[in-house]
Design a binder for this molecule. Structure first.
Ligand SMILES: Cc1cc2nc3c(=O)[nH]c(=O)nc-3n(C[C@H](O)[C@H](O)[C@H](O)COP(=O)(O)OP(=O)(O)OC[C@H]3O[C@@H](n4cnc5c(N)ncnc54)[C@H](O)[C@@H]3O)c2cc1C
Length: 447
């Protein structure tokens, strides 16, 4: 294991905090530089505006967090997160049918994103060799041309003065707006990317709901049936006995100006969902927040792994590399899987720091590619969405649709689908002979 002095992490969001946790085992000092002020509780913050919208934590993310921060799941529940049975307490209307409901033996944790992030931050703050500089913005990377190495960062303090800090490793975890790719382009290093224009908008609001003994779900998803329906929504119980409602629409189908005008604007939007279930729940509820909007005009995967020669000393992680379609709730879990991969590579390596960085950048696409493929297969159901289509798209879409529909009738198939959706099994399990036979059997029975 290399014995290095200092790592600097740009951005103290989810992936910045996870990277700090991992690197604290390998560096004497780990410094996280975060432009936001310190959160003193589970509250949304300016630097991660998406935190005002529903954030699902998939099983892969849940297990990974527990591995990195032992005891965190129980801590979530102790401060109000909601523990649910993943298949029994989820009511999911998907492609025109309701999924089966049964006890599959899995649990999911429902909570707001600020609540989740606040718990991670509490762990990070207890690690003695991690320091977090709030209200500090990284403005530039410092580069040594002779060594082809990023050796530090230029930071703007809250009093607007600039200072520099040097380190052996600079991690860019500053998210989708990161400066790294444009900075590298200026250096003459092109970062190829894959982009899909989805025109997605999120509109969310929190509610207190009246007590109702007949409410038999903890989270209810009304997913649109593409290509005709473009707007879907989710209502989820979270900490403090609140419910978050998130409504999302592809291809600019949501008129957010109307939705944010007043509480009624949001109700009207919910009324336009493919099912009235969510509207019926919130029409007698009390709004607890303003209506928040977040736009994701495009999703993008920056292929740092394909860049000709990245400078030494720079590592990229999280949304800095890939902002994926958030509707499928995978972004945080990808960050967690990446952090675990980083840990494994750094633990196993008896090599130089630079070789470990290269190894990590090669590992990242193995994590992202199957998820990216799964997501864009769904996004491309909408004609007019532009971007590079995967090979065999129409067959993949056809087969996936069969799986979606059979998940309303067949427990084995839904169970496998749940494992794939939660990133704990590869998509290939949905092509096992047992499932293929069921899909083909259904086609034959319709002839
Ligand atoms: C609307 C929406 C809904 C989502 N829903 C889900 C979901 O249900 N489940 C899920 O798993 N994921 C979801 N995601 C994805 C998830 O939010 C991200 O994948 C995750 O936050 C990635 O974290 P990150 O740390 O890489 O980036 P970010 O969370 O964006 O954090 C970047 C951090 O860097 C800081 N920063 C930026 N620039 C600088 C700078 N120059 N200097 C210092 N600090 C800087 C920012 O203040 C911020 O704290 C959703 C995303 C969106 C947009």
């Amino acid at each position: 294991m290399f014995n290095k002095q200092k790592a600097i992490i740009i951005g103290g969001g989810i992936s910045g905090k996870l990277a700090a946790r991992v690197l604290s085992d390998f560096f004497k000092d780990v410094v996280v530089i975060e432009r936001d002020t310190e959160s003193l509780g589970p509250y949304p913050r300016k630097g991660a505006r998406q935190g005002e919208h529903l954030h699902a934590l998939l099983h892969a993310g849940q297990y990974g967090l527990e591995e990195l921060f032992p005891g965190i799941t129980e801590n979530f529940y102790a401060s109000g997160a909601v523990k649910i049975n993943s298949t029994k307490d989820l009511a999911w209307f998907h492609h025109g049918v309701w999924k089966l409901r049964y006890d599959g033996g899995y649990t999911t944790t429902l909570q707001t994103r600020p609540h989740l992030e606040w718990h991670i931050e509490k762990y990070i703050k207890k690690i003695p060799n991690i320091s977090i500089y709030y209200n500090h913005v990284v403005k530039n990377l410092l580069y040594d041309e002779d060594e082809n190495r990023v050796y530090g960062v230029e930071i703007q303090n809250n009093d607007d003065t600039l200072k520099t800090q040097k380190a052996d490793l600079i991690v860019d975890a500053s998210g989708a707006g990161s400066i790294s790719s444009s900075w590298l382009e200026k250096l003459g290093i092109h970062i190829p990317n894959e982009k899909v224009e989805i025109g997605l908008k999120y509109v969310s609001k929190s509610f207190q709901l009246p007590d109702n003994n007949t409410r038999d779900w903890m989270i209810k998803i009304v997913y649109p049936n593409p290509p005709i329906e473009k707007i879907g929504g989710t209502i989820s119980k979270v900490e403090d006995n609140r419910y978050i409602v998130t409504i999302n629409g592809y291809q600019d189908a949501i008129d957010e100006k109307e939705a944010v005008k007043n509480d009624n604007g949001f109700l009207e939007l919910a009324k336009g969902l493919p099912k009235l279930d969510i509207y019926n729940e919130i029409k007698d509820g009390s709004p607890l927040s303003k209506t928040s909007v977040f736009r994701v005009p495009q999703i993008i995967w920056k292929r740092y792994d394909k860049a000709k020669e990245l400078p030494n000393g720079l590592l990229v992680i999280g949304d800095t590399v890939c902002r994926i379609d958030p509707v499928f709730g995978q972004g945080m879990s990808i960050a967690i899987l990446e952090a675990l991969a980083l840990q494994k590579i750094f633990r196993g390596d008896r090599d130089t720091l630079q070789r470990s960085i290269i190894r990590f950048h090669k590992k990242v696409p193995q994590i992202i590619a199957p998820i990216w493929n799964m997501v864009i297969t769904e996004d491309f159901r909408y004609p007019g969405i532009s971007g590079k289509k995967p090979i065999g798209l129409s067959i993949q879409q056809w087969y996936a649709k069969k799986i979606f529909l059979l998940s309303s009738q067949n427990q084995d198939i839904y169970d496998s689908f749940v494992k794939v959706m939660n990133l704990i099994q590869p998509i290939t399990i949905l092509m096992k002979p047992k499932i293929l036979t069921k899909v083909l059997g259904q086609i034959m029975s319709k002839k």
